[in-house]
Design a protein around this ligand. Sequence first.
Ligand code: CO
Length: 211
Amino acid sequence: MAETIKDLISGNEEWVQNTLKTDPHFFDELSKGQSPQFLWIGCSDSRVPATQITNAAPGSIFVQRNIANMVVHTDSNLLSVVHYAVKVLKVKHIIVCGHYGCGGVKAAMGNGDYGFLNNWLMHIKDVYRLHEEELNGIADESQRFDRFVELNVMEQVHDLAKISFIQEEWAEGEFPYLHGWVYSLKDGLIRDQKVSINSNEGLRGVYQFEK
Ligand code: CO
């Protein structure tokens, strides 16, 4: 594991050498431009790197990561990434990928005071409140934690569907499809939460924008 800044720089040099060994034109091709088919909204957690866990090459996935893979409608960083992804790159799929054992979700479940971070965790706490009945009904804490991670992912997928310029894309065509995934740190596998949304029909009326 990389421990120092030097490790990262030498790691980079090693990666360039290995990459050129397998494909001498790798950088010539990639430097021409990107046309990824996917936007990934994931957790900042160092153990869940989008391209590595999906075995996808550089150029495949446009990425936005934050604590607990949240879609917050006042987050201009996230909105800019999503806007560019759907309007310019025309990605076909947007994946919200959470992960079991997520520190942000765990913190939001409890009553600990995390200072400035409390404001971000508030959005996750709101998800708890929406699903309080189900979650409080799960006696086992680790099972409740796992379920909260899944529910949080599903809420973020729906929060994506609420974005007006995503609905705008759906009015014009098929894409993007929205997906919810949960990654397990314990076995490295992704659990598809089996949603594939490409219309605003499943949303409460108040969230549906006129076409
Ligand atoms: Co996390």
